[in-house]
Write a protein that binds this ligand. Structure first.
Ligand SMILES: C[S@@+](CC[C@H](N)C(=O)[O-])C[C@H]1O[C@@H](n2cnc3c(N)ncnc32)[C@H](O)[C@@H]1O
Length: 529
């Protein structure tokens, strides 16, 4: 097959014309023509004489359908697209395709697809990925898609189907497990290795045959940082050769794939990419004589999320107190003047009004609620927090009504002087030690473990915080952690050693690339200071 007789439209320019908020909401990142061509080249060996029907269930402006029209002139072409504007662009670009406006996750495909149809069906495209699907807030639609999974298909704690692309994969797998076909989707690379998607991987591997995995370079989609991949699956074929994994060179080099490696996805992770032998050996050693970080430090908490930093966070404590005081004293009809006087941007004004509606008793701001606040930023603050991360927040339960500060009962985990800040099952792994009293900002999936916690919390878990006396502060360590701390010279020195270990070359360069998104880091008991 020739490499690229594709209608040369600039996909990035088309997508960039969509307003940014809408773009994020519907995951509108169009696929560069060279990647489309590369994916079609990879698909070719699996479609025999060519597909009878081609389906792009989230076709955008038609990047895939237009290329398919050239490569497979006899195939029926079907596209579905949420946005009317994009669907119109796709239709103009590929006049012979049947393109409908609709929502693939809410029955749109059922209306587009007939049950039977000609020969092999190729599902190809780049379904949206946006971190957290709006479907999770729509129990009816979520329930319908969740029902595609077998009744005994449990999602283990901490895992879920979270992103739109996962639901598109479910729909495609359902269809292609009932008729011959090929599935080739560009998705977030979390599909390959995230802990969250281990059940999805297991399910897809049980329904279809995985044939090719392409890990795509970081520069694939302009203006994004998301890691992406393409996976090619066929309807189940017991004779299929083992799947192959390849990394692709940068988009400037045309996504040329490197040498393939055979894959053998296996329980419990069902990883769709190879792991280095060195990483597997380290993981085995550390696990055999060590303990997962989150077990060694049994109590960890998410950071503070005010949802209203413009009002509740400031570098200057006096300015913060004055602002909150003025807000509390301000009558609802004068909120716009208050906002202007304090430089709060118009987009925050609805939040001000909502908060005013919720604030009950407080009339004046209390200086004791102004607390040090650290804008922890994960890997950017590896090791220790820089001076520039220091700020102040106004911490009051009335002003953070959704309880996202995770204060429970009287216990305030932010009070402690020493905390280990870290993330788990999310790349890049990083840790820092905070040894000053203050609230920690919620950075993505970061957590913090106080050096000391009330004895009952350690014994009974966080739920105990709402029930009565919590007992004296004790080191936040498992029995094995206590023994390890004794060897290293105390809990503080253990915390320092943990920071060093998590940020070490062995973890960062060897273990994390293989397992960092998948497992809790095991801490070896022979940890060095
Ligand atoms: C990542 S873009 C890819 C578009 C096109 N397939 C390409 O590769 O250039 C995802 C597209 O899916 C559309 N979309 C998002 N949610 C959808 C849904 N539930 N049903 C159908 N289309 C959807 C978006 O509007 C966007 O155009």
């Amino acid at each position: 097959m020739g490499a690229s007789p594709v209608a040369e439209l600039d996909e990035e320019a088309l997508a960039a014309a969509i307003p940014p908020a809408e773009r994020r909401e519907r995951g509108a990142y169009y696929t560069p023509a060279r990647l489309v061509a590369q994916l079609l080249a990879q698909v070719r060996p699996f479609v025999g004489e060519g597909p009878g029907r081609i389906v792009d269930p989230a076709c955008g402006a038609g990047a895939f359908l237009s290329a398919c029209a050239t490569h497979f002139p006899d195939a029926e072409l079907l596209g579905l697209e949420l946005s009317e504007t994009s669907a119109r662009q796709a239709q103009a670009r590929v006049p012979r395709a049947r393109i409908a406006v609709g929502d693939a996750l809410r029955g749109g495909l059922e209306r587009l697809l007939r049950p039977g149809g000609p020969g092999l069906e190729l599902w190809i495209g780049n379904p949206p990925y946006n971190g957290t699907s709006a479907l999770l807030r729509d129990p009816l639609a979520y329930g319908r898609l969740r029902a595609l999974l077998p009744p005994d298909f449990a999602l283990p704690p901490g895992t879920s189907l979270r992103d739109d692309f996962a639901f598109f994969l479910l729909l495609a797998a359902e269809r292609l497990s009932q008729r011959p076909g090929v599935l080739a989707f560009v998705t977030s690379a979390t599909l390959l290795d995230a802990f969250l998607y281990a059940p999805l991987r297991r399910y897809l591997l049980s329904r279809l045959s995985l044939r090719e995995v392409l890990e795509l370079p970081a520069d694939t989609f302009q203006g994004t940082q998301v890691r992406t991949c393409a996976t090619i699956w066929t309807s189940h074929d017991a004779q299929a050769t083992p799947p192959r994994h390849r990394r692709c060179a940068s988009k400037e080099l045309g996504f040329a794939p490197h040498e393939p490696a055979a894959l053998a996805p296996a329980s419990p992770d069902w990883l769709l990419r190879p792991t280095s032998a060195e990483a597997t050996e380290l993981d085995r050693l550390w696990r055999a004589n060590g303990q997962a970080l989150t077990t060694l430090l049994p109590v960890s908490l998410p950071g503070l999320k005010t949802r209203f930093d413009e009002l509740l966070v400031d570098d200057d404590p006096a300015r913060l107190l004055a602002r909150v005081d003025a807000f509390l004293a301000c009558p609802p009809e004068a909120l716009a003047d208050f906002a202007r006087a304090h430089g709060l941007p118009p987009k925050t004004w609805p939040k001000l009004e909502a908060l005013k509606g919720e604030v009950g008793v407080e009339q004046r701001a209390h200086p004791a609620c102004v607390r040090p606040f650290f804008r922890y930023a994960g890997a950017k603050h590896r090791g220790a927090l820089p001076e520039a991360a220091r700020a102040h927040c106004y911490l009051s339960r009335a002003l953070i009504p959704r309880g996202d500060h995770r204060l429970r009962g009287e216990y305030d985990p932010h009070r402690g002087h020493v905390k280990l800040l870290f993330n788990t099952r999310e790349l890049p792994l990083a840790a820092a030690l905070l040894d000053a009293e203050g609230c920690v900002h919620a950075h993505r999936h970061s957590r913090f473990a106080p050096l000391e916690v009330p004895a009952r919390l350690l014994r009974e878990g966080l739920g105990a915080a709402r029930r009565g006396e919590l007992g004296p502060l004790v080191p936040n360590l498992s029995p094995e952690g206590v023994a390890l701390a004794e060897r290293l010279g105390g809990p503080l020195l253990l915390f320092r050693a943990l920071v060093g270990f998590i940020n070490s070359e062995a973890v960062q360069e060897v273990w994390a690339p293989a397992f960092g998104a998948l497992r809790d880091l095991p801490i070896p008991f022979d940890l060095q200071p």
